[in-house]
Design a protein around this ligand. Structure first.
Ligand code: HEM
Length: 534
């Protein structure tokens, strides 16, 4: 019975998102068009020997009404009834959802080449420069080139080392920002803003050689509004836009997402154009005066724009440069910050784990200096804490949705071309057949289970796997470990008195491009090191 009650609950919530009159209109159109759609769908079904099981679909909207506000949770529940490979239809789009390590393996490894494409969405077109960025570009020479540039210019051990001072400096700034708010004797602090600020600055300095606040001058924007612009961008890339699933109902767009996407895209465009123009001017001035190779991502992309003029396979116009720069923000800004926020909240809810981590930090580093990146390999318990938090709170619970470019067989079911593919890593991380006491926060489990964060294990996929695996995993892990270690080493953390439920933080989720804590983490921070160290 459970799936039905869940379905009803989410139906009510989804229905309330649209205006009553819009639904009347939708139902009227449904009645007229149901036959047409049945025909359209039959092409996929005809091609399928067996389509994976799933609940009955509604006309027009298919299973959209079952998603609710937390689709990864709703689909996890459905998988308990229909099995580890769910077959759904979201509007007019056939979708499969993998919820077991075996299904994930078939998708991300066995059929990776055929399934590593991205669906074309309004966000990809309007916000990501017509799918010209790494995350939405189709597999091919252009996408490969960008991944290669990222690998050598941002994430290679040499570059990671060269920018270590940037990360350590920004994370020290994070500790100072918290200290400024909590004072010598401790006070409630909301950390997300400072975490995002530190992540944005790290990314911005690595990609464009300057802090976000220095981009402001060229763009004529206040730094606050730049952070908000990035926030809007991330929000809009992650929204549910009806037109992606039922294109002929795109005009319904009750939240005005399309308009907001266009406005945000214009602002981003102006911002990045300003940054590019400024760098070109700067580079022109130094021609002849200095013989200097490219030094950051922007320089490398600008150099490629000169050499790739006639290269149709790997074009590098202003649009492509902007897309590649923007992606570093989309992928790297919020992901690390959100991961740290979840981990810190789990630690606050588990004082014994927090105590053990404090002990490790005190034993390995002492109280005479702040943690540095070179300490991280010696902090084994920190590693377990980060892994355990990422298991329970994968920030991209469906990875980035994929699209099948070829028909193939998965789990004995025939998947037709054009099917969208979700790998539910949230469900996989909480599966009791793989994990003992899956809902408990037990970092010690990783003592016995030797699992690499970088992803060779299909029961733990925080960075995805296969061709589309996160290219920024090394930077992501460094940022998360250093930020979390610093916040824990430098402060004690307790729930605020306003946290009603017996000193336990509210761990409810909010779905979007990343799954964030619904209620921003606010806790009492008190410094635990001599103040001159911050
Ligand atoms: C804790 C930090 C991070 C986490 C948890 C994370 C997680 C992920 C995940 C799950 C994916 C989807 C993989 C797939 O579809 O199979 C992804 C893709 C991606 N990530 Fe990350 N990421 C993090 C940090 C970063 C950073 C720091 C950057 C860049 C500066 C970055 C850039 C990207 C890009 C560009 C993609 C798309 C790759 C493609 O489609 O080819 N990520 N990330």
């Amino acid at each position: 019975m459970e799936p039905l009650s869940v379905a009803n609950d989410v139906q009510v919530r989804t229905l309330s998102l649209l205006h009553y009159s819009e639904w009347l209109l939708l139902i009227a159109i449904s009645a007229i068009s149901v036959v047409l759609l049945q025909n359209a769908l039959s092409s996929c079904r005809a091609a399928s020997v067996k389509w994976p099981p799933g609940p009955p679909a509604w006309p027009i909207i298919g299973h959209l009404h079952l998603l609710g506000h937390l689709p990864h949770q709703s689909l996890c529940k459905l998988a308990q009834t229909y099995g580890p490979l769910l077959g759904l239809r979201l509007g007019g789009v056939p979708v499969i959802v993998a919820s077991s390590p075996q299904m994930a393996k078939e998708i991300l490894q066995t059929h990776d080449a055929a399934l590593a494409y991205r669906p074309r969405s309004a966000a990809a077109v309007h916000l990501c420069f017509e799918s010209s960025d790494v995350a939405y570009a189709p597999l091919g020479p252009y996408w490969k080139f960008l991944r290669q540039v990222y690998a050598t210019e941002l994430f290679s051990p040499k570059k990671m080392d060269a920018f270590r001072y940037v990360r350590e400096g920004e994370v020290r700034g994070l500790a100072r920002a918290v200290l400024l708010r909590c004072g010598e004797h401790g006070a409630p602090v909301e950390v997300r803003g400072s975490l995002v600020m530190a992540s944005n600055n790290i990314i911005c300095r690595m990609a464009m050689g300057k802090k976000l606040e220095d981009v402001r001058a060229g763009a004529g924007e206040e730094v606050e509004s730049l952070h908000n612009l990035i926030k809007d961008l991330l929000h809009l890339v992650g929204v549910f836009y009806l037109g992606d699933y039922v294109p002929w109902l795109a005009w319904l767009d009750p939240h005005g997402y399309l308009k907001r996407m266009r406005i945000t895209a214009q602002r981003i465009h102006a911002l990045l154009q300003g940054v590019i123009d400024e760098r070109r001017q700067h580079n022109n001035k130094r021609v002849g005066a200095e013989v200097k190779g490219p030094d950051d991502l922007l320089d490398v992309l600008l150099a490629a724009s000169c050499t790739n003029v006639n290269n149709k396979e790997v074009p590098m116009t202003e649009k492509h440069i902007m897309a590649a720069i923007q992606d570093v923000f989309i992928g790297g800004s919020h992901s690390s910050a959100v991961t740290v926020e979840w981990a810190l909240a789990e630690l606050i809810n588990h004082p014994k784990v927090m105590k053990k981590l404090h002990e490790e930090l005190d034993n390995v580093i002492g109280k005479g200096r702040l943690v540095e990146e070179s300490d991280i390999p010696n902090l084994t318990y920190l590693e377990y804490v980060v892994k355990e938090s990422m298991r329970l709170h994968p920030i991209a619970p469906f990875l980035v949705p994929r699209e099948a470019k070829q028909e193939c067989i998965i789990g004995g079911f025939k998947i037709c071309r054009g099917t969208h593919i979700y790998v539910n890593t949230w469900a996989i991380g909480r599966d009791s057949s793989t994990w003992e006491e899956p809902l408990e926060f037990l970092p010690e489990r990783f003592l016995k289970k030797n699992i690499d964060l970088r992803g060779q294990h299909f029961d733990f996929l925080p960075f995805g796997m296969g061709r589309r695996r996160c290219p920024g995993w090394a930077l992501g892990i460094s940022n998360v470990c250093l930020m979390l270690a610093t916040l824990v080493q430098a402060f004690t953390w307790h729930c605020t008195i306003s946290e009603t439920s017996q000193g336990i933080l509210d761990m409810s989720e909010k779905f979007g491009l990343t799954v964030d804590m619904e209620k921003r983490l606010e806790a009492i921070a008190t410094p635990r090191l001599p103040l001159h160290l911050y």
